[in-house]
Structure formats: C-alpha cells, structure tokens
Design a protein around this ligand. Structure first.
Ligand SMILES: Nc1ncnc2c1ncn2[C@@H]1O[C@H](COP(=O)(O)OP(=O)(O)OP(=O)(O)O)[C@@H](O)[C@H]1O
Ligand SMILES: [Mg+2]
Length: 283
C-alpha cells in the first residue's frame, strides 16, 4: 500500500488540487484509494463535500487520542475513493502532537492500526512544515511536490529539499521524491519557461514530463464540491492533464516497487555505491 504525500511548504501551489484529483483519478481506475486531509484549512474535505458535522470524528480526534484512522473514514461521490476528513480541531492538533511520544510517528501509528486494505493512500498537507506535515512525511513512502510556475515557489524548494534530507537522516524514513510537478502552467508567460528550465536543470527526470496547465475549471471545481473528473468534459485540459499525471504516477510507483524488490536480492557490496550516490543527489 504505497503512501504518497503531496507536499510543499509554499502556499497555493496546487497541493490540494493535485491530491484530490490524483486520488480521484486512481479510484476511477478501479483502485481502492484513501485520501487523508491533513491541512487545517480542510480544502480537500471541502472539495469532496464531506465536512464532518458536529460530533462527527475527524483526523484531528484520531491524532490527538491515537485512535485508528479507520474510525473516521467516509465515502465520497467517487466510487472507490474514501476520505479521512480534516475537522475544525485539526488547527490545535500541532499543540497536542508536541507532547506526544515519538511525536513525528503518530499518524504512522494511526495508519498501522486496523486500516482496511487500500491500493493507495494520498495525503494532502498544509503549507507549512509543522508537526502535522512532519507526520505526513514520516508516514509516507513517497513525496510528490507541486511547484507553481512562479518565482517564489522555486526559492522555497531549496529549503524544502533540505528539510527532506534532514528528515531522512534524523528520522530514518525514505521521503522518496516521486516527482516535481509543474502546476498552473501557462505557456504565454515568460516566467513559466524560466521556472520549467530551472526545475528541469536541477532535478532532471524527477520533474514530471507533463505539467498541469492553468485552467479556470480547476479554480471553479472546488466551489461546486467536485473533482475535475466530475466538473469537466473528458477532453477538457484539466482532466487530460490529470489523466496523464495519474498514468505517470502509476508508472513511477511500479518502477519503485521493482527497484525495492531488486534490492532485496542485492549483495551488500552492490548496495554500497548506490547508497553513496543517493546520499549526494539532494540539492
Ligand atoms: N491548474 C490550475 N489552474 C488554475 N487554477 C488552479 C490550478 N490548480 C489550482 N488552482 C487554483 O489555485 C488555488 C490554489 O490551489 P490549491 O488549493 O490546490 O493549492 P494548495 O497548495 O493546496 O494551497 P494551500 O497551500 O493554501 O493549501 C485554488 O484556488 C485552486 O483552485
Ligand atoms: Mg491546500
């Protein structure tokens, strides 16, 4: 069950749009998918029209009382896609987590206890590197990093990559970058080409080949409580872009799985040069 965290500490770069539509896209392909909303703004929960009403449990209660996440999972309008919703109390969870035992691993423990089988788990995160996001990164096998085609998000990437490197070393978790995703891509803007050039020069094939183009449908879909698949015709650019992203994510996850199987049969001598090169690739 690959756990994929959509993260970037920069706000408004397309994390929620990516997480919701990736999760919905995977579910539409017959996969059982759980989307976890770990952002205090609850944007993914709102987009899917699933805000918990008074008294209903949310991810917030799971994390504060370390209850199994299975207790809060609910259906969505997309068949196969379940949601663990953010709740209003998520805003104060960071304070509770600060005093928890092994505080970066709380979500991981909640996920481990009696979760029904899912083919994929996708986590949407908040635009800051607090304990909630740290819990998401620790629980995840892979990180997908959306980067909007603007100047400031590019600057923030250096800090984010340094944080990932520190987490890998100090907490011993993979934080494998599945890919950088160019979002709000507008070919008419010069800055788009500049940002794309910088990303591809620095991260090469780690950048997803196809960007998510700018589209008014993406802006409007959340206010109708709809995923792009429910809101746009099949040939619409938002849907086309997200179908492509879904294909690419599935391919990349397959390669990662094959690589980790291959590693099981690797001799210690063969593993050493690879370990050295992956330690030096974070820039
Ligand atoms: N490809 C796109 N084209 C046009 N608008 C987009 C696109 N992707 C996202 N948006 C819009 O941009 C805004 C920010 O997107 P989104 O909420 O996905 O970003 P975020 O990184 O999750 O933000 P936050 O950091 O606040 O959680 C939203 O209004 C969204 O509808
Ligand atoms: Mg968001």
């Amino acid at each position: 069950m690959p756990i994929l965290c959509v993260a970037n500490q920069k706000g408004g770069v397309g994390k929620t749009t990516t997480a919701v539509n990736l999760a919905a896209g995977l579910a539409r392909r017959g996969q059982r998918v759980l989307l976890i909303d770990l952002d205090i703004q609850g944007s993914a929960t709102v987009t899917l029209g699933a805000m918990p009403s008074n008294g209903e449990l949310s991810v917030a209660e799971c994390l504060t009382a370390e209850r199994p996440l299975s207790e809060v999972i609910r259906d969505t309008a997309t068949e196969g896609l379940k949601l663990a919703p953010a709740g209003e109390r998520l805003a104060v969870v960071d304070i509770h987590l600060a005093t928890a035992l092994a505080r970066e691993h709380v979500l991981k423990r909640c996920l481990a206890s009696s979760l029904p089988h899912f083919d994929h788990v996708v986590i949407d995160t908040a635009p800051y590197l607090g304990l909630l996001t740290l819990n998401a990164l620790v629980a995840a096998d892979h990180v997908l990093i959306p980067v909007s085609c603007e100047y400031l998000p590019i600057l923030g990437l250096k800090l984010f990559n340094e944080t990932l490197a520190r987490i890998r070393v100090s907490l011993g978790v993979p934080c494998d970058v599945l890919g950088y995703l160019l979002t709000m891509y507008d070919r008419r803007e010069r800055i788009t080409a500049e940002v794309e050039e910088i990303l591809r020069r620095n991260f090469g094939s780690a950048v997803f080949p196809q960007p998510i183009r700018i589209s008014t449908r993406h802006k409007a879909a959340p206010s109708h409580r709809k995923t792009i698949y429910e809101f746009e015709r099949a040939s619409g650019r938002g849907r086309v872009d997200h179908e492509r992203l879904c294909d690419e994510v599935i391919d990349r996850l397959k390669v990662r799985t094959e690589q980790s199987f291959a590693r099981l049969f690797e001799t210690p001598e063969a593993a050493q040069p690879r370990a050295r090169s992956s330690a030096s690739e974070v820039g």
